[in-house]
Design a protein around this ligand. Structure first.
Ligand SMILES: NC(=O)c1ccc[n+]([C@@H]2O[C@H](COP(=O)([O-])OP(=O)(O)OC[C@H]3O[C@@H](n4cnc5c(N)ncnc54)[C@H](OP(=O)(O)O)[C@@H]3O)[C@@H](O)[C@H]2O)c1
Length: 237
């Protein structure tokens, strides 16, 4: 497509932050390869929709083979697909474990391997993880070890990959949200969730999109965990 110069892969693209990222990257002139399990084909020729579970290596392979077939290159990967299971530690089930490790960690691993091989061949690229400030500041009353375990792993991997790939023209960053108004949180929970932020409100999807777009343009920033969390990670309040 002649009017597309850059291409972004966005996982978890059917809902919430991922859907908002697809819209924003398209408005910025990117071609977008959009994945989720239930994602519908798009009428926009600048979007390739790849349905499939991101924990599967086969889904990761299709995202890149079909994305490159359509657009010829991949410049950016946003590892946004994620699930959140809050419960007391001893109540987590084997299914909770498998789902959280599968989506949040295996989903990052397979697709990021493909991205880095492609970006290395191109000599440039940018990868962004969407994590959570619960990693830095667990909240009494929100027991969520599997979120900390998986998203904390992504924060650590962000720094590790930033160093491993810096000399090859590839940047790796993360956005660490507070609690964001997405379909993950029913409206009746919003008042209580607002109180879990020093700034006294939930974040918006646009605020997370703005952070990703800032990192996308910030050529001297790599290995950064950018907290967009109303002050949660700063300390107690
Ligand atoms: N909302 C918050 O307060 C908050 C806070 C901190 C971090 N985050 C992180 O931000 C990211 C987006 O969250 P959100 O609030 O926008 O969530 P959301 O509205 O629930 O959307 C999640 C997206 O991920 C997709 N998805 C889930 N499991 C998947 C899988 N196995 N394979 C492929 N796609 C999968 C879903 O689509 P399908 O069902 O079609 O697969 C959906 O598109 C997540 O990583 C989340 O952990 C959110």
């Amino acid at each position: 497509m002649s009017n597309i110069s850059k291409v972004a892969v966005i996982t978890g693209a059917s809902s919430g932050i991922g859907a908002a990222l697809v819209k924003a990257f398209r408005e910025a002139g990117y071609g977008v390869v959009a994945n989720s399990r239930s994602i519908a084909p798009s009428a926009d020729p600048g979007i390739v929709a790849i349905s499939g579970d991101i924990s599967s290596p086969e889904t990761a392979e299709r995202i890149f083979s079909e994305g490159v077939a359509r657009f010829g290159r991949i410049d950016t990967l946003v590892n946004n697909a994620g699930i959140f299971t809050a419960k007391p530690f001893t109540q987590f089930t084997a299914e909770d474990w498998a789902a959280n490790i599968g989506t949040n960690l295996a989903g990052f691993f397979h697709v990021t391997q493909h991205a880095l091989r492609r970006m290395e061949a191109q000599g440039s690229g940018h990868i962004v993880q969407i994590t959570t400030s619960l990693v830095d500041q667990p909240i009494n009353g929100v027991p969520s070890v599997l979120a900390s375990l998986t998203k904390g792993g992504l924060n650590a991997a962000t720094k590790s990959l930033a160093i491993e790939y810096a000399s090859r023209g590839i940047r790796v960053n993360a956005v660490s949200p507070g609690i964001i108004k997405t379909p993950m949180h029913p409206p009746e929970t919003h008042a209580a969730l607002s109180g879990l932020h020093p700034l006294g409100r939930m974040g918006t999807m646009q605020e997370i999109v703005d952070a990703v777009l800032f990192l996308e343009k910030a050529a001297f920033v790599t290995g950064e965990i950018l907290h967009v969390d109303g002050g949660q990670a700063a300390g107690h309040w």
